[in-house]
Design a protein around this ligand. Structure first.
Ligand code: ARG
Ligand code: ZN
Length: 418
């Protein structure tokens, strides 16, 4: 996939969409048919390079048969027109929530990770197949719409407002987001002239404590830029939805947080994912520790600094608790454990073990190389271990591997002297 253009006409009161998604893609083999992922909704027509194509549906597979077969290397475009009420889906990877398009608490929002994107647009719904995106969302003029990326146009005619959003940096399908409701856009300007535009979306009737909680964002971005390099996209911010779910999600450039999930550590966590998870994406969900372990380690560092706590001591205490709540290895997990405590906390402790072993300078060089070398693309655990080997040698690789794979929680290495 190269580019998605998603045009949504939304009736929020009826929770109904009338939509057209156009994709440009490049064939990686000769083919007479291909599949897109789409769950529910009614498909009206499909075109390939502007010519009507036959299509059929089975489960969440939309099979398209172009009038002319495609050849290896050929760039082509697909247009899909569809409508209906998007229905959230269940996914064994996230037993604690439904996924996809939600209409709840007077707002519409999307929570895709990992598989929910197919509830509202047809895609190759795989984390490794990143593409650029454009969103064009039409809603009643009394309602606010937002999406991933930069707001590039806003036009109102006959009581309906269309906003256009561009995400020119590659994005995985699960990070594409749309939000509709009674939100106020709160602008905070830029961190520095070349830095990202900081803006949040909060419920218009929000209590002032929401704005106070979000004020930590600029500090978190600054902290992360010191460690990882410049923020990867043109904008960042948080949308707080008036719904009581107990998590947050790093949708690209505009993370979604439940109403009460606004502590500094979680704000820093979702910001960290913009570098690690979003810019550097996964080739495979089995490597989710590369997202969650890294974001957790960075949020724990930020939180200790923010509250003036002793980071080393915090990590020692966390290490002592791991056997009781995050004992299992963060690699080789079952689908139900994708977002479990082992991935987050034993994953973070894996990095702490490496940090203790190598000392600050080498550890931050490894972290920087891990980000730099895959920024805008994808990576995997083998690549990370290759960087560890290159900077710190095979003994460090053994330590990281024991943290990733051993059935019991390893001891922490003695801190490197100096
Ligand atoms: N990646 C999210 C985080 O930063 C986890 C969100 C869990 N929910 C979900 N639908 N995947 O913690
Ligand atoms: Zn996370």
């Amino acid at each position: 996939m190269l580019h998605y253009s998603i045009v949504l006409d939304v009736d929020p009161a009826a929770n109904a969409i009338s939509a057209r998604t156009s994709v440009t893609a490049q064939a990686t083999q000769d083919m007479s048919a291909f599949n897109l992922d789409l769950s529910g909704l009614e498909v009206h027509d499909v075109t390939v390079d502007g010519i009507a194509a036959e299509f059929s549906r089975s489960g969440t597979e939309l099979t398209v048969r172009p009038a002319l077969a495609l050849v290896d290397g050929q760039e082509f475009s697909v247009g899909v027109s569809y409508s209906g009420t998007p229905e959230p889906i269940d996914d064994p990877g996230v037993p604690f929530t439904t996924l996809g398009w939600h209409s709840q608490g007077g707002a519409i929002y999307t929570i895709n990770q990992p598989s929910g994107a197919m509830t509202w647009y047809p895609s190759n719904n795989h984390p490794s197949d990143k593409a650029t995106f454009e969103f064009r969302i039409t809603v009643p003029a009394t309602t606010t719409a937002a999406a991933s990326g930069l707001l590039v146009d806003e036009t109102t005619t006959d009581g309906r407002t269309t906003t256009t959003w561009r995400m020119d940096d590659p994005m995985a399908t699960y990070l594409a987001a749309v939000y509709i409701g009674d939100f106020e856009r709160v602008e905070h300007g830029r961190l520095d002239p070349a830095g990202p535009l900081l803006r949040d979306y909060v419920p218009r009737d929000a209590a002032p404590d929401i704005g106070e909680a979000l004020a930590v964002t600029a500090d978190a971005i600054g902290f992360l830029e010191e460690l990882l390099g410049p923020y990867p996209f043109g904008a960042y911010g948080t949308i707080v939805v008036p719904v009581e779910f107990e998590f947050a999600l790093e949708n690209q450039t505009l993370s979604i947080h439940g109403r009460h999930v606004l502590s500094p550590d979680i704000i820093a966590h979702e910001a960290a994912h913009q570098w690690l998870g979003n810019s550097v994406a996964l080739e495979d969900w089995g490597d989710i520790w590369l997202n969650e372990g890294f974001a957790t380690y960075l949020h724990l560092m930020f939180d200790a600094e923010h509250h003036g706590m002793d980071f080393e001591l915090n990590m020692q205490q966390l290490h002592a608790q791991l056997p009781f709540f995050a004992a299992t290895p963060p690699k080789g997990i079952s689908p139900g454990e994708l977002f479990g405590p082992s991935v987050y906390f034993r994953g973070a402790m894996t990095l702490h073990a490496l940090h203790l072993l190598t000392g600050d300078e080498m550890f931050f060089a490894i972290l920087g190389a891990h980000y730099d070398r895959s920024a805008g693309g994808t990576t995997n655990t083998e690549e990370f271990l290759g960087i560890v080997d290159e900077f710190a040698g095979p003994e460090a690789v053994n330590v990281v591997e024991s943290w990733l794979y051993s059935e019991t929680v390893p001891d922490l290495p003695e801190p490197r002297a100096g």
